[in-house]
Ligand binder design. Structure first.
Ligand code: G6P
Length: 476
């Protein structure tokens, strides 16, 4: 990796630049992908890595403010025109691929013009890559926004070294086959331009191999697809976190202060959850479970609080802004039903959290309630476990997340079964401190043993090996 420059491509750059009433704010972006790529250890590489992403600001704003985001990466924004971006991002990426890959087929809203914008956006990003690409560069394409990009780059530069990582689930072919044939073939063929394709779990990997076989008729082994003259390596790399950052955070002065303030405000038990606003996160079902719990366990009334933090996301898309209203109505209804004059069960916040606030909540809570209906991995679960330097606290985790594969010591639940979730919530709130410690300690060891640095290193090693294999013995 020492002699290789890294070119990262993701839809989102790790910051957004917003101009409102002539005031410009540079804000960090949220989501698992950005968190992971930002925490990579790049000290092994002698050249500054390039990060290409789509701009949510104009070229003029960029020229004025680029110095404010000067750090370990050289950022290269791609300026898509407004209509293309809308049909690409709100349309095909987030109203077709996102719901379909998360098993919400009824939320899919397919239009040919959105697919056309997806093709245009992938093409424009490819052009930017081609402007920058040098021999020995490692190209690392991220996520469902750019499924077509590996093949587009390959066509322009057959010798390029290209890795792709999917940060969301890859669904069973039963879901994929709902797309028009030309569309799914285009996506699968696009991906096969890579030398290495990474997924979070073996299940996603198997779904992909099966889809390629069923749709394109290409043979495969458990780890390789034979695509005419090339063998494409496919592998599971469960993404990790920057363990040290979260574990050390426990003793940061701002975190200690925020934690003290929280404990003072909420002397009873604290249940905590934080998610981007998204139907995949199961917030409505979580609220149903809380209601079932308060109904079944009146003894907890007045003795606990559920701090529900929802981070704004994709709010131009109907299914997202509708969800915000649904959540707010449910919070109001449940608080109205159970509150007394001196107590409310749910404290709801619709905003991003600062790092000290997030850490304080992770480390002050008694139960972290993380119950998505589907999630490629879910880094919040890992961050919570890592942050508990005191080895206390209970993780209540949906079995429908990628993280559940690695976190078997959590209280695992089916997020759709409100009675099971309510029951396990009670088990979490009453769990003995020694048992909490036993479970957290095992999970911490596992997460610390494969953090984001190892994840990336393993990916790069496999990518270089796949490339060397390509050069030595191309499949005939
Ligand atoms: C998920 C996706 C990322 C995405 C993030 C935030 O983690 O895998 O690709 O960046 O959500 O969503 P947004 O639409 O705001 O980029």
């Amino acid at each position: 990796m020492k002699n290789n420059r890294l070119i990262i491509i993701s839809y989102r750059l790790p910051f957004s630049i917003q101009v409102q009433n002539k005031v410009t704010t540079v804000k960090p972006s949220s989501g698992g992908l950005v968190t992971a790529v930002k925490s990579l250890d790049l000290s092994a590489s002698s050249q500054k890595p390039v990060w290409i992403g789509c701009a949510d600001f104009t070229q003029r704003t960029w020229e004025k403010h680029r110095h404010e985001v000067n750090d370990d990466f050289e950022y290269v924004p791609v300026f898509l025109d407004k209509a293309t971006n809308k049909h690409f991002y709100n349309g095909f990426a987030n109203s077709v691929l996102w719901p379909l890959f998360h098993y919400f087929p009824s939320y899919v809203d397919y239009h040919d013009e959105d697919l056309a914008a997806y093709q245009t956006a992938n093409q424009q990003v490819c052009e930017k890559v081609m402007e920058l690409l040098q021999p020995n560069d490692l190209v690392w394409v991220h996520d469902y926004h750019f499924l077509a990009l590996p093949q587009l780059i390959r066509e322009q530069e057959p010798k390029a070294t290209i890795g792709f990582f999917l940060h969301i689930p890859f669904p069973s072919n039963e879901l994929l086959r709902l797309l028009p044939r030309r569309c799914r073939d285009y996506l699968l063929t696009g991906l096969l331009g890579a030398d290495l394709i990474g997924f979070h779990t073996n299940d996603y990997l198997i779904h992909f191999l099966k889809s390629v076989q069923l749709n394109l008729g290409l043979p495969h082994t458990l780890a390789k697809i034979f695509n005419q003259d090339r063998a494409v390596q496919c592998q599971a790399f469960p993404i990790g976190i920057n363990y040290g950052l979260y574990n050390d955070g426990y003793n940061q002065p701002e975190v200690i202060e925020e934690r003290r303030a929280l404990k003072e405000s909420y002397p009873g038990k604290i249940i905590f959850s934080v998610d981007r606003l998204d139907y995949t996160k199961g917030v409505m079902q979580r609220l149903d479970a809380l209601e079932a719990f308060l109904q079944a366990h009146p003894e907890w009334k007045g003795n606990l609080v559920f701090i529900l933090v929802v981070i704004p996301s994709r709010d131009e898309i109907q299914t997202y802004w509708e969800r915000k209203q649904m959540i707010e109505q449910a919070v109001g209804r449940i608080n109205g039903k159970f509150a007394t004059l001196t107590w409310v069960p749910i404290v709801y916040r619709y905003a991003s959290l600062s790092f000290p606030q997030l850490l304080a909540l992770y480390t002050a809570c008694d139960v972290a309630m993380i119950t998505p209906l589907r999630d490629g991995m879910n880094l919040v679960a890992k961050e919570f476990v890592a942050s508990r330097q005191d080895q206390q606290g209970v993780l209540l985790l949906s079995e429908l997340t990628g993280a559940a594969n690695e976190l078997g010591e959590a209280l695992l639940v089916n997020p759709l079964d409100e009675y099971e979730v309510a029951d396990q919530l009670n088990a979490g709130l009453t769990m003995a401190p020694e048992e909490q410690q036993r479970r957290i300690a095992i999970m911490q060891q596992r997460i610390a043993g494969y953090d984001v640095k190892q994840w990336a290193n393993e990916f790069f090693e496999s990518l270089l090996t796949a490339r060397r294999g390509q050069e030595k013995s191309p499949v005939r």
